[in-house]
Design a protein around this ligand. Sequence first.
Ligand SMILES: [Zn+2]
Length: 273
Amino acid sequence: MPELPEVEATRVHLTTWTVGRVITDLTRHDSGLDPQLDTLVGLAFTAWTRHGKALVATLSDGRRVHAHLGMTGRWARDPDPSLRARLTLTFSPASTSGSPRTIAYADTRRLGTTRVLAVDDDPFASLGPDAWRDLVPTDPAAVDRLATALGTGAKPLKDRLLDQSRIAGLGNIAVLEAAFRAGLHPHVPVGQLTHDDLARLVAGIHAHLEATLDDALATDALVYVNEGGPNPFLVYGREGEPCPRCQHPVKRALHAGRPSFTCPRCQPEGAKA
Ligand SMILES: [Zn+2]
């Protein structure tokens, strides 16, 4: 499942592949896709923006396309015929070498979105601050921004971090990896967090996203970092393996139906790290 780093890598790739290029042909292979997409032929892409896990493309007539990858969505350049594309875009001949002739969108679970937006429709409006752009450790306002977004009370940290209306872009893996990096138990009540806790959390979120984004940018967006290959994470998916910091075995527990992975020594539950 794509998390923020995969979506940001997709934005970077799509920007490189499509901005300034005119769509000469568009084929919907899936009748469930927005028929308005057909009206984009003859237009050029001018920008791709991302907030949280949502992508928006802007076209040369000012219209915008909402592109959300859902669970399994991915964009490929000059795709292999074996890719079961839902949508294929063809561009005018490449002006620069290395530009793809076609790009395609595939989505086996079909939970993603690709639709032309109405003028007053803003898919970013309901989202909290972006976990990558708005929580930079060198930004003096980042800790207060995170404190405001998390709020107070007894709600577990993990629940609040997963709530896209509070912080946009974090999924289960990112939350667990960031909490480990910060030395915080993911289920600690947000009301117990100190300024120092929050500063370590800002740093932990950023460090996790940065490392994963580097991995995601190294591929052509066809493979998510969290599927196939060796496990790239510090504690996620590592039940029973030694903690990379203290060697204590990593513990797995279920929380609201989803797994949490923690080091019981580095992230004691119910006590300050
Ligand atoms: Zn540990």
